[in-house]
Design a protein around this ligand. Structure first.
Ligand SMILES: Nc1ncnc2c1ncn2[C@@H]1O[C@H](COP(=O)(O)OP(=O)(O)OP(=O)(O)O)[C@@H](O)[C@H]1O
Length: 304
């Protein structure tokens, strides 16, 4: 195992950020840590990159203990924090040189690793990092995290606040790095990014809800799922929730995602129920669950 986390707990005063988290990441894997703000992703990541000590439990990265072997470990991990750790008043090139020097290497020595990414920002190498666009900052931060040729790359919400095109490009870069043999752990609040990972852990309120391939996670959804809408979505939610047979009702884009206690519930029954309550343009159709649906479902189970 490249990363092994055993029953880690971490509190900040009264706030329990991690409540017994265990997971394993295999060598060469692209592993996603998926969860909403405050789920505990940053705490777990900071423990893995040796910047924070767990209260309980232990973790190893490449067989090195994150507490005892932290010095050795830092050379093996590339870390891209959520808020880019760039120096805004240094130029692009100076930032790269700085990070290379800290790790006792040079840009030239590991240029092959960052070439693809760095070439895109090299035309601006004299520019101050603080004056780069979001997408370019992200590329520079990734280049800086890679310059010492780490075995493992850990990225904390690298695509938060980045536009859709840059997000896509960023994931393509991660895939290329994975092909070069780097193990990658990436956290994200965007559920649609789950499908780009080999395996994901869904995390909520300091607990792991499930760990599996994205396909298996969505297959685990054990209900028939319906997409429903009408002209009055606000009332539509209320009326469906009031139905004694409805199980879960969530707004999801322009439809509501609905499950029923009775799996044999028919579309025309649902349509009639809403029409009788005065709804117009009622639409009811079957739909396939996504990661979001599984997340909602697991969260409900854990709350109960
Ligand atoms: N230094 C701190 N002092 C007190 N509470 C903290 C501290 N750091 C994090 N927390 C709390 O611990 C919980 C987990 O935070 P964490 O940052 O690990 O979650 P996250 O999933 O990374 O979310 P985010 O995307 O907001 O960073 C949250 O409730 C957060 O408010």
């Amino acid at each position: 195992m490249m990363i092994s986390v055993g029953n880690i707990e971490k509190s900040y005063g009264e706030v329990k950020a991690l409540r017994g988290v265990s997971l394993e990441v295999k060598e060469g894997e692209l592993f996603g840590l998926i969860g909403p703000d405050g789920a505990g992703k940053t705490s777990l990541i900071r423990i893995l990159v040796t910047l924070l000590k767990p209260d309980v439990g232990s973790a190893t990265v490449n067989e090195l203990d994150v507490v005892k072997d932290f010095r050795k470990l830092r050379n093996q991990i590339g870390y891209m924090p959520g808020r880019f750790s760039l120096y805004p008043d240094l130029t692009v090139e100076e930032n790269m040189t700085f990070f290379a020097t800290v790790f006792g290497t040079t840009i030239e020595e590991n240029y092959h690793l960052v070439k693809d990414i760095y070439q895109q920002i090299e035309p601006f190498k004299e520019r101050l990092a603080g004056r780069l666009s979001g997408g370019m900052k992200q590329k520079l931060a990734l280049s800086c995290a890679l310059i010492h040729a780490p075995k493992v790359l850990v990225l904390d919400e690298p695509t938060t606040g980045v536009d859709a095109v840059s997000r896509k490009e960023f994931w393509e870069m991660l895939k290329r790095l994975q092909k070069m043999g780097i193990t990658i752990l990436v956290s994200t609040p965007y559920m649609d990014e789950a499908n780009l990972c080999d395996r994901v852990a869904l995390i909520q309120d300091g607990k792991i809800l499930t760990i599996d391939t994205p396909e298996k996670v969505t297959q685990s959804f054990g209900h028939k799922l319906w997409a429903i809408r009408s002209d009055n979505m606000y009332l539509c939610i209320r009326h469906l929730r009031e139905h004694s047979e409805s199980d879960s009702v969530f707004a999801f884009g322009e439809y509501l995602h609905v499950t029923w206690k009775d799996q044999d519930m028919q579309a025309d029954e649902m349509e009639k129920y809403l029409s009788d309550l005065g709804h117009t343009n009622v639409e009811v159709k079957r739909t396939e669950p996504g990661i979001e649906d599984v997340f909602m479902d697991l969260m409900q189970k854990h709350d109960n």
